[in-house]
Design a protein around this ligand. Structure first.
Ligand SMILES: O=C(O)CCC(=O)C(=O)O
Ligand SMILES: [Fe+2]
Length: 398
């Protein structure tokens, strides 16, 4: 079992927290709880080291005195805090990656500019759009099926959008071949595919996550950080002849994963799911009720927890391209970590690191859940035994 990740891991380092609901980070202080009334600003148009969404969600943790200062000062304040806890190696890596991206963006000419910002009416099928606009659990359920617990399936993209995106990807790959540019693949398990964020689609995908996937995750995956998704890794995987064949059993480096088939014609390539597991239980066996296979349909999305173990079977003919959006929750957990003295941060999810310090994930890990039930059964059985014993004692004395 592998963590299907594109990022490295680092060890936590320690620091100190203040006593009054704010964190002393040298002279920098953040609130312990977010100010829910405060409406954060957008940071999309600014040159920042982290995703604009992270700044928007972190803004709710600013001390009251900072809330009304100029946006650029708020951004600087938050950037300083984030950089302070980003390990040096990680900071260098992030800088190199930024330069890599800038080189691509300066040289690659997009084919379909209309893809680079979200246009709901041309991107999404009307049923999906209506459900998102209605924004209720009932409206979401009306367009979704849940063929296995925690796996949601629904139509999302219009065929024309899928075609346009496929042709943009082909155009990018043509450019890569012609210029012999050495691109980074989406992650360690793929030899093919491309990172959409690297050639200009990051802002569009951020909007897709923020406006269309977070509302769903807030309802269905709140216990794993679904309501605070604030950054993503967006890429396509490609299977078929001269491409990847299949994908091994893994968990994603995400809190919530959106997987949409863009096309084209293919057979095989089914996803197989085998239950949700925390870090400790990731290699445990699966139970019959956790076994679920799913066949991809172009334009259709599968939404699941990143910790829902899965893999993809061989694509036996044709060519399959899927869009993957690994959605992550960084800032809220970053603040909580500051307050719990675990002053540690990298641009991948701190939420998952926190799990190393927690023990019971029975809310979503199948195995923790079973262990908890087992503990409850044992406790009940023991209590009964003791009661029986006491009753017998009582009767014997009477
Ligand atoms: O091929 C697929 O549909 C699965 C891809 C996947 O699970 C991943 O990239 O994390
Ligand atoms: Fe995956």
């Amino acid at each position: 079992m592998s963590l299907h990740g594109n990022d490295r891991r680092d060890e936590p380092s320690m620091g100190s927290a203040g006593a009054n609901g704010t964190v002393a980070a040298a002279s920098l202080r953040l609130r312990l709880n977010p100010n829910k009334e405060h409406k954060p600003e957008g940071y999309e148009d600014m040159e920042l080291d982290f995703s604009p969404n992270i700044f928007s969600s972190l803004e709710r943790y600013l001390p009251p005195s900072m809330l009304n200062v100029a946006r650029v000062d708020k951004a600087k304040f938050m950037r300083d805090i984030l950089l302070k806890y980003l390990p040096l190696g990680e900071r260098n890596r992030a800088q190199k990656h930024k330069e890599y991206r800038q080189k691509i963006i300066a040289n690659y000419q997009p084919l379909h500019r209309e893809l680079y910002s979200v246009n709901p009416a041309t991107f999404f099928v009307p049923s999906f759009l209506k459900a998102i606009n209605d924004n209720t659990e009932q409206s979401f359920r009306s367009i979704m099926s849940e063929p296995a617990p925690g796996i949601f399936v629904f139509d999302i993209f219009q065929p024309d959008f899928c075609e346009l995106l496929l042709s943009e990807i082909e155009n990018f790959e043509k450019w890569v071949t012609e210029t012999k540019f050495r691109i980074m693949r989406p992650n360690t398990m793929n030899k093919y595919g491309a990172v959409l964020d690297d050639f200009g689609l990051e802002t569009m995908l951020d909007k897709l996550m923020e406006g269309f996937i977070r509302p769903l995750s807030k309802v269905f995956f709140a216990e794993v950080g679904g309501s605070t998704l604030d950054s993503h890794h967006g890429f396509v995987v490609e299977y078929g002849k001269d491409r990847d064949v299949d994908l091994g059993f893994h968990v994603d480096d995400s809190e919530v994963t959106l997987n949409v088939c863009l096309g084209k014609q293919f057979s095989g390539g089914e996803l197989f799911f085998r239950g949700v597991r925390c870090e400790k239980h990731v290699n445990t066996g699966s139970h019959s009720e956790e076994i679920f296979d799913y066949c991809h349909v172009p334009g259709r999305a599968v939404l699941h927890r990143g910790r829902h173990r899965h893999g993809a079977r061989a694509t036996t003919s044709g060519h399959r391209v899927n869009l993957l959006l690994w959605c992550r929750s960084l800032s809220n957990d970053f603040v909580r970590l500051l307050h719990t003295k675990l002053f540690w941060y990298t641009h991948y999810s701190v939420f998952r690191e926190m799990k190393r310090y927690q023990k019971d994930f029975s809310g979503w890990c199948g195995e923790c859940n079973r262990e908890k039930k087992e503990r409850q059964r044992t406790t009940i059985a023991a209590t009964r035994l003791v009661s029986l014993y006491v009753i017998r004692m009582f009767r014997a004395c009477a």
